[in-house]
Design a binder for this molecule. Structure first.
Ligand SMILES: [Zn+2]
Length: 387
């Protein structure tokens, strides 16, 4: 695990915490007598994060503001003795309600929840905490620090790639795009935009990013509606041109298409629930075999919707909670259910990497590359693993 520290100015520092292939940004606001942390990373990195924070300031982290519930942002809350502020809709999800798996989190789940703007002061610096309409999830907040014209976005911004939208947790694509436009209009003075994942942006690059996403969203929607498959879209010149404008567009491109496709079918079939809900109940009880049987027996049922995004989420939820063996079983089920998907093998490969099993990681990444031979991201990983 490595942590990269960036002192943005005397008040704001950014810690980029290594996280498989999706490094997460944690922000420290340093006061004279105490500090505020925006997101906490997750337990495997907490010790190093503590150390890195102390290099900036020894003051206590009195308050943690969580931009949303996902465990790579809230998973180390309980290790700080802090008051946690989150969105009204995020608290239950941090606690593991709905089908977010609970884990080690008993403490630090949210002491104060809000649904309207809130202003905090650290010394004389004004910190605006702004809950958003459904975007990345239905419990997102952004933080604006006026004195430094800095906006901290959490996961409504993946600045190197396509967005991830957690539709099962109330995320909304149209909502996200509207939020982006509202931000551009409202924060015309902003100079620095800090993403949940990826490098900082300024208003100009952010505006261009939003235009690109909107264009890709429109293109994918139109293509899906006219009956094109994911593979056809991935192979199209137009999509490749758009993808090429993002520095890490490759990695989340297939997922972006899946998310849009799920979003459309969800709005057309509002009665169906994700098979993740009942599966997670079994997983919560520790009964992985029951979850797998449930999937095998019900995945074709009219009552449930199943898709690759959900399968990915179940596996990563377990991986983030250090339940690697359980995650492995779920990623194997993902491969069983989607044997033609490069992403299923890629995810299984990542799980093996996480378990330091390079041999099996290589086998699965190679299979992923076989199914998606142009994928530069997978080529890079295979090079890194070596022979
Ligand atoms: Zn997130």
């Amino acid at each position: 695990m490595s942590i990269t520290k960036t002192e943005i100015n005397e008040f704001i520092s950014k810690f980029t915490v290594e996280n498989a292939n999706n490094d997460v940004n944690v922000i420290l606001l340093s006061g004279k007598n105490h500090n505020i942390l925006i997101d906490s990373g997750y337990p495997p990195t907490s010790e190093e994060l503590h150390k890195a924070l102390r290099e900036i300031s020894n003051n206590q982290v009195k308050i943690i503001i969580n931009t949303h519930h996902h465990s790579d942002h809230t998973g180390a809350n309980h290790l700080f003795d802090s008051t946690v502020i989150c969105h009204d809709h995020a608290r239950d999800r941090i606690r593991g309600k709905f089908y977010n798996l609970s884990g080690y989190i008993e403490k630090g789940v949210g002491d104060i929840t809000i649904s309207k703007d809130m202003t905090l002061f650290l010394d004389d610096k004004k910190i605006d905490v702004i809950p958003l309409p459904p975007s990345h999830t239905n419990g997102d907040m952004i933080i604006y620090i006026e004195e430094y014209r800095t906006l901290i976005m959490g996961d409504i911004l993946f600045s190197k790639s396509f967005p991830f939208i957690d539709i099962n947790n109330g995320g909304d694509i149209d909502g996200l795009i509207n939020t982006y436009k509202w931000i551009i209009k409202t924060f015309s003075q902003v100079e620095k935009i800090i993403a949940g994942h990826g490098p900082d942006m300024d208003l100009k690059s952010f505006t261009e990013y939003v235009q690109l996403l909107e264009e890709s969203y429109g293109f994918i929607r139109k293509s899906l509606n006219s009956g094109e498959t994911k593979e056809q879209i991935l192979g199209s010149d137009k999509f490749n041109e758009l993808k090429g404008k993002l520095s890490d567009g490759e990695r989340l491109a297939p997922l972006w298409i899946d998310i849009i496709s799920n979003y459309i079918s969800r709005s057309e079939n509002p009665g169906k629930i994700s098979i993740m809900y009942p599966m997670t109940e079994y997983i919560e009880k520790g009964d992985i075999p029951a979850a797998i049987s449930f999937y095998r027996e019900n995945s074709k049922s009219e009552d449930y919707s199943c898709n690759e995004t959900d399968m990915t989420m179940i596996g990563y939820n377990l991986l983030f909670r250090d339940r690697q063996k359980d995650a492995l079983k779920m990623f194997k089920l993902y491969v069983e259910a989607y044997p033609e998907s490069s992403n299923s093998y890629d995810s299984l490969g990542e799980c093996y990497m996480n378990m330091n099993d390079k041999k099996n990681a290589r086998i699965n990444y190679s299979k992923a590359l076989e199914l998606d031979p142009e994928n530069e991201y997978i080529k890079g990983i295979l090079e890194k693993i070596g022979s």
